[in-house]
Design a protein around this ligand. Structure first.
Ligand SMILES: NC(=O)c1ccc[n+]([C@@H]2O[C@H](COP(=O)([O-])OP(=O)(O)OC[C@H]3O[C@@H](n4cnc5c(N)ncnc54)[C@H](OP(=O)(O)O)[C@@H]3O)[C@@H](O)[C@H]2O)c1
Length: 318
């Protein structure tokens, strides 16, 4: 049922609308009735360029901005390119938020990440643990950029009184994910590797790290539903966690993906590679108190993501 208090003709700019999160959010917004959902590819608009970003946003005058554009990658990419992760993400955020501020955009949702929390934060991780301890080394640069984004949102709220908010999603996956062998996150990366191993009949697949770290995974469509819930109902200084609240080990994840992809060989772990944070699961009680719940189970979600990967083999990222 459309909400009569919402203007479905107001322009909504989803920065990063072609990415994993942004495409799900744009789909969801359109599905909920928003008729002017705007997006632009990086090839047409470089969001690190603040002058061009301003020109674009001033021309479209969005009333809602969802900031889902970022340089994103797994442990390997973060480890290899920390300076790029810091600089690119800071510049994208500042360009978009400064333009939105100049335009007085009343509603902006900034997507951070669960990696902003201290490496040894008590589990499940509550929002209040932000800035209470040292970060995980492997993605420190990316996390600091995201923390700067949260601070910028808070500062604009305080200085300009705009109802901007930040959400911290856990690890995401789903259709449109990045399956690149080096730049992907663990779940799509494993889908690709197990798929290729199944196809070639490989006897073993080596997985980075010990297999022991525990992680949480949320389907991008569930994140998108959370984002529209937040845009309707959340107006607070604090970032809010978005996740399932349950986790599994990387070894368990690898077995699940092997099953879905039909890989029957051995799974070998390489403990000489970094494990990252030992356990990462979010406390999602504030998000669920708003009435949102994840609806896509992990096995169902992985199967759907694998199907998408197979159906889009020619154009898939990576
Ligand atoms: N994936 C996860 O597991 C995860 C977990 C927690 C939080 N998040 C957060 O969710 C947000 C989106 O992540 P994602 O996984 O959807 O990433 P993604 O699939 O890589 O999408 C990011 C999008 O950002 C755009 N972009 C990147 N650099 C740009 C630039 N310089 N100028 C213009 N556009 C640029 C890209 O546009 P083009 O495609 O046009 O190049 C891309 O579509 C990020 O803020 C990320 O931190 C992601």
């Amino acid at each position: 049922m459309p909400d009569k208090t919402i203007d479905y003709d107001q322009p909504v700019f989803v920065a990063g609308h072609a990415g994993l999160a942004g495409s799900a959010i744009a789909r969801r917004l359109r599905g909920e009735g928003f008729r002017k959902v705007i997006g632009v590819r990086s090839a047409e608009l470089e969001l690190r360029d603040s002058d061009r970003t301003w020109e674009f946003m001033a021309a479209h005058r969005p009333q809602i901005v969802v900031l889902a554009a970022a340089r994103v990658g797994g442990i390997a990419a973060n480890n290899a390119h920390p300076a790029d992760f810091l600089s690119d993400n800071l510049r994208i955020q500042v360009s978009v938020m400064d333009a939105a501020r100049r335009l007085g955009v009343p509603r902006l949702l900034f997507l951070g990440s669960s990696c902003i929390y201290p490496k040894h934060a008590p589990q499940p991780i509550r929002e209040s643990t932000l800035l209470t301890g040292p970060l995980e080394q492997t993605n420190e640069a990316y996390a600091v950029a995201k923390i700067a984004g949260i601070t910028q949102v808070r500062a604009v709220r305080r200085q300009d009184g705009l109802a901007w908010i930040s959400a911290m999603p856990t690890n995401l996956y789903g259709p449109g994910d990045n399956f690149h062998p080096e730049h992907s996150h663990v779940l799509p990366g494993l889908i690709r590797r197990f798929h290729e191993a199944a196809e070639s009949g490989a006897a073993s697949v080596t997985v980075w790290g010990s297999g022991a770290p525990r992680r949480e995974f949320l389907h991008a469509d569930d994140l998108a539903a959370a984002c529209t819930t937040l845009l309707r109902h959340y107006d607070d200084d604090d970032p809010i966690n978005v996740g399932t609240g349950s986790d599994l080990s990387i070894a368990e994840l690898a077995s699940l993906i092997a099953e879905v992809t039909g890989y029957r060989g051995e799974i070998v772990f390489d403990p000489s590679r970094p494990d990252g944070t030992p356990r990462k699961v979010l406390d999602v009680s504030r998000m669920t108190a708003l009435g949102w719940r994840p609806t896509i189970g992990l096995v169902e979600g992985i199967a759907a993501t694998y199907k998408w990967f197979l159906d889009n083999r020619e154009t898939v990222r990576g």
